[in-house]
Design a protein around this ligand. Structure first.
Ligand code: FEH
Ligand code: ZN
Ligand code: ZN
Length: 345
């Protein structure tokens, strides 16, 4: 089978041929119909040796939709069923993993992986071997190119929104900073799940247009003055929550300066920016800071249900699996609108 593998640290991914895996015990073999490309894939590819606990070579791809084609004798699944895969595979035995919250596995510090395609063989391939049926969520007739991004871009956005949702009343305002693969889905989820007003912030005109298509009440181009815009549109109080899908020094500064007292600063993006937390300091009193990571298997089922209800429109740009380097260049250069999705031949 064709697969995109990271051969070693400091090396570019290679498109190569591997033997198709054979499922044993409780394992499930999924024929990949679509696999999303994530900025974290680039972070893994660019990582220096020793900075991540992973041991290359392994197949990339942690955002996967496909069809069950075979399974081991202990897997209670139906061949032919179309599924998405919950990607943050943990130890499988701690309390968090048994609850489907592998994204917060209690033993992750002991593991040499962070999930499918993140130290373990993933789904940037024609087939992917899934350790357990507990990682699978049925998708019915959802288009695979739309379903795959739900497992990471969608799930991460949903989990981030879920953490602040109880505080988002009709009089609240949320700033979504960074409207790409994750941000455009977060805008849609905020509109579908809360009565809040949504302000989208990005540096790119096409991203602001995507934000408006996704339902943002206001979209504003990021400048050094944007915190004034956030305050001007909230009668001076600042926004009740910031969802930062970039995580750079400048976006964290913007979030800090535009946040209302007793507000939520949610750092999702891995842009490497730093935030100083001090009293007294730049953050307003009562600020809550959170760093949500991916989401749970049950939350993925919620996201799939939301998508099947028609509440989510995933903007996906499709590439053949073998055109992975073209897709990665487009992601690196900021030329994508929405999520890049690779489709095996
Ligand atoms: C995966 C691995 C490490 C950091 C971040 C991620 C995200 O892409 C998962 O949503
Ligand atoms: Zn990811
Ligand atoms: Zn665990």
């Amino acid at each position: 089978m064709t697969a995109v593998r990271l051969p070693d640290w400091g090396r570019s991914p290679v498109v190569t041929e591997l033997a198709r895996p054979l499922p044993r015990d409780g394992q499930v073999l999924v024929r990949v119909e679509a696999v999303g490309l994530c900025r974290s894939d680039l972070h893994v590819i660019d990582a220096d040796r020793g900075t991540m606990p992973f041991r290359p070579p392994f197949t990339l791809g942690h955002e996967v939709a496909g069809r069950i084609t075979a399974h081991g004798p202990a897997a209670a699944v139906t061949v032919g069923r179309r599924v998405v895969i919950h990607g943050p595979w943990g130890c499988g035995s701690c309390l968090r993993c048994t609850q489907g919250r592998d994204n917060y596995c209690d033993r992750r510090a002991e593991l040499s992986w962070a999930g499918m395609g993140l130290g373990l063989d993933g789904g940037m391939a024609e087939y992917v071997l899934v350790p357990s049926a507990r990682h699978l969520v049925p998708i019915g007739d959802l288009d695979a190119g739309e379903a795959a991004p739900l497992t990471d871009a969608g799930l991460t956005s949903y989990h981030a929104v879920a953490g602040i949702r109880p505080r988002l009343g009709a009089d609240s305002t949320v700033a979504v900073i960074g409207v790409g693969g994750l941000g455009h889905l977060a805008v849609q989820m905020l509109r579908a799940l809360t009565p809040c007003r949504v302000i989208a912030v990005d540096v790119r005109e096409e991203a602001l247009a995507l934000a408006e298509r996704s339902g943002a009440h206001l979209s504003t181009k990021a400048t050094t003055d944007t915190s004034r815009v956030l305050r001007a549109t909230t009668s001076g109080t600042g926004v009740d929550a910031v969802l930062d899908f970039v995580g750079s020094r400048s976006t964290l500064d913007l979030g800090t300066r535009g946040l209302r007292a007793d507000g939520d600063l949610v750092l999702v993006g891995s842009g490497g920016g730093e935030l100083t937390v001090r009293k007294p300091g730049s953050l307003p009193p009562g600020s809550r800071i959170s760093l949500p990571f991916w989401g749970s298997r049950d939350e993925l089922a919620d996201v799939v249900a939301l998508s099947r209800s028609g509440a989510l429109k995933v903007e996906a740009e499709r590439f053949p699996l073998t055109a992975v380097h073209e897709a990665m260049s487009a992601l690196r250069d900021g030329r994508l609108s929405g999520r890049a999705v690779l489709v095996p031949g």
